[in-house]
Design a binder for this molecule. Structure first.
Ligand SMILES: Nc1ncnc2c1ncn2[C@@H]1O[C@H](COP(=O)(O)OP(=O)(O)OP(=O)(O)O)[C@@H](O)[C@H]1O
Ligand SMILES: [Mg+2]
Length: 384
């Protein structure tokens, strides 16, 4: 389980530290641009390092030059936590980057098998680059962080008919591959599928049954032809039979994916990720309430709580703008992010608010956040 994350010079985070309580369900709230998505990104990169080299992750728009706070020449992200309920093993994993100009020594990977196992990944823009990954870190570090999904579900991907030749299809972080994943669950993990269906029915009461039916899918196939002894590759569009989602409604209607409401599709996508057998231990969700009615938002969090309780290693961190969602949480589950005048992020947990004890008697958590907003996080701070 992840207990703490520290971000140093990561986008708007100059020095942010988030300490998670033991609930394994944590919300990030704050105004637009306060740095919520950035926290999820920082964690997602760390999880990617468990099976990928740093050079494969930190390039293009994720190059250190873009994710390091403007004007700074070094950046680091450090996560720590523990694994195991009875025999607790503490761990810490981090990546950091220093610009060539300030870099001292050669980047190294360190693994110190002492009481608190640590694992660092350093990478830099060097004359002789050495890039590393967390793939050699102890299993419990990798299990804590491995394949964390940073979900940015898009309705268009969820509704698209899809084809998969994988034995265990898995919905992707952008929502593609939903129908084959559901089809697999329906056939091979029947209990999970039934549970998923019950949960969707609670969030969207009009739904009676989730179905999957055959549908045409256009796929791009890479082809090679020989011309004058030279191989030339080209892409060919091919129409094959895949699958799409259909919902049977209480009204008797059978609604194909493209006609299903956006909120319903997003809720179905989220539940499919959380209920699939290959579900990762750490699930990162951005703007979790997308498209959901207040009642449905409350029900979604109730369902999240149940899923977390049923799965010992599962932890969900999500960003939200909704007081209805916050209402379903305790103050220690809510991390409030705020920007200083210079645009840097500061963060405090809602239970650090000086009036929290009074608020517990009189207000719901959502009302407390709504009333106090974010400015209190900066109280007594000197701007950078
Ligand atoms: N290299 C950088 N240096 C400093 N600040 C940066 C850098 N890159 C991005 N930012 C800033 O970091 C902030 C990132 O905000 P982020 O997307 O995490 O906000 P958010 O809380 O998710 O907002 P929203 O609610 O709108 O989704 C933005 O203000 C952006 O301008
Ligand atoms: Mg965001």
């Amino acid at each position: 389980m992840l207990e703490q994350i520290k971000l140093h010079n990561f986008k708007s985070h100059k020095n942010t530290q988030l300490n998670f309580d033991r609930s394994r369900l944590h919300a990030l709230v704050g105004k637009n641009s306060s740095g919520k998505t950035s926290v999820l990104q920082a964690l997602y990169y760390l999880s990617q390092l468990t099976n990928s080299e740093a050079k494969n992750i930190f390039h293009n728009e994720r190059a250190p030059q873009f994710i390091t706070t403007i004007g700074q020449d070094n950046m680091s992200v450090t996560a720590s936590g523990f694994w195991g309920d009875n025999e607790r093993q503490n761990w810490e994993a981090s990546y950091n980057w220093q610009s060539e100009a300030t870099r001292q020594g050669i980047p190294t990977v360190l693994w110190e098998p002492d009481e608190t196992p640590k694992f660092w990944v350093q990478s830099g823009r060097l004359r002789k680059p050495i890039f590393t990954s967390l793939s050699n870190a102890p299993k419990f570090i990798r299990e804590s962080l491995d394949s964390a999904v940073h979900l940015n579900l898009a309705v268009t991907n969820l509704t698209k008919a899809a084809y998969s030749d994988a034995i265990k299809p898995l919905i992707e972080f952008d929502g593609s591959g939903l129908a084959p994943t559901l089809d697999y669950l329906r056939g091979e993990a029947i209990e999970q599928f039934q549970l998923l269906q019950e949960m969707l029915k609670r969030i969207v009461p009009g739904v009676r049954e989730i179905g999957v039916r055959r549908a045409k899918v256009t796929v791009d196939r890479q082809r090679l032809i020989e011309v004058d002894g030279k191989s030339i590759s080209y892409v060919e569009n091919q129409e094959i039979v895949g699958q799409e989602v259909v919902l049977n409604m209480n009204s008797g209607d059978r609604i194909p994916a493209h006609a299903i409401s956006e909120g319903t599709m997003l809720a179905l996508g989220l539940l499919t990720v959380l209920m699939s057998p290959d579900r990762p231990n750490l699930v990162l969700l951005d703007d979790v309430e997308q498209g959901l009615h207040p009642k449905a938002q409350r029900e979604l969090i109730a369902v999240f709580k149940e899923i977390v309780q049923q799965n010992n290693n599962l932890q969900i961190i999500f960003s939200t703008h909704s007081p209805y969602i916050v209402d379903e949480l305790t103050a220690s589950q809510v991390h409030v992010l705020s920007n200083t005048k210079s645009g840097f992020t500061r963060s405090k947990r809602l239970d650090e608010h000086p009036d929290v004890e009074w608020a517990k008697q009189t207000l719901t958590t959502g009302e407390f956040w709504d009333a106090e907003g974010e400015d209190w996080v900066l109280a007594g701070e000197i701007d950078d």
